[in-house]
Design a protein around this ligand. Structure first.
Ligand SMILES: Cc1cc2nc3c(=O)[nH]c(=O)nc-3n(C[C@H](O)[C@H](O)[C@H](O)COP(=O)(O)O)c2cc1C
Length: 191
């Protein structure tokens, strides 16, 4: 089974499950796709209950920040069929890939989930010039979701570092994403 739209390494997608979206890494090694999902997240619960997940390819930095911290309204989701089951993708996705998701292993903290491709579709092929501001939003948001678990000075330093890069290299959408992220973290705008 090929990886389809995913590539070797870790793909930072926005994963949708039933009426839920969150940034998640899909790990592709040796032609196999897996996720490691923290228990307690909505994504983990829905995968346990429903056995499917959709990887959404979308390059809106605001959506990465927003879905890391809150839920989206119903109209952000579009129903599809994949391998005979109803799934949901993000309405704005440029491409999406639906997987059946089987729990391979559980640890105290996480589910290790094995993915098998059911269906994928490219809706709007768009070129994304490399932008360090966008990449830095992804980095800052990863660290921000860790702050929520255990805050420390190192995480705060990393977030400030990536915030500087966003301000230097990002466009309007990255700046909007950064101010949203600062809002979630309770960091004053001017810092
Ligand atoms: C780029 C990025 C990648 C992430 N990858 C994962 C991951 O692989 N597994 C995980 O459990 N959480 C990951 N997170 C954190 C979750 O997105 C975060 O905990 C989120 O609140 C979970 O939302 P949910 O409760 O709606 O599932 C990632 C966050 C970001 C920003």
């Amino acid at each position: 089974m090929g990886l389809g739209l995913l590539r070797d390494g870790i793909n930072e997608v926005i994963a949708t499950t039933y009426q839920n979206a969150a940034p998640m890494g899909i790990i592709c090694r040796h032609g196999e796709a897996r996720m490691v999902v923290y228990r307690g997240s909505h994504t983990a619960g829905h995968i346990e209950d429903d056995g499917w997940v959709v990887a959404n390819f979308i390059f809106d930095p605001v959506l990465y920040v927003r879905t890391a911290f809150e839920d989206l309204p119903a109209d952000y989701f579009t129903g599809e069929h994949a391998g005979g089951i109803p799934v949901q993708r993000l309405t704005g996705a440029e491409a999406w890939a639906a997987y059946s998701a089987v729990i391979e292993r559980k640890t105290n903290e996480a589910l290790i989930v094995s993915l098998t491709l059911l269906r994928e579709e490219i809706i709007a092929p768009v070129v994304h010039p490399v932008n360090r501001g966008f990449n830095s939003i992804i980095e800052a948001t990863v660290h921000a979701t860790r702050v929520v678990r255990s805050d420390d000075e190192t995480l705060q330093r990393l977030i400030r570092h990536y915030a500087r890069l966003v301000k230097r290299c990002g466009g309007d959408r990255e700046l909007e994403a950064l101010s949203l992220l600062f809002g979630y973290l309770g960091i004053p705008e001017k810092s």
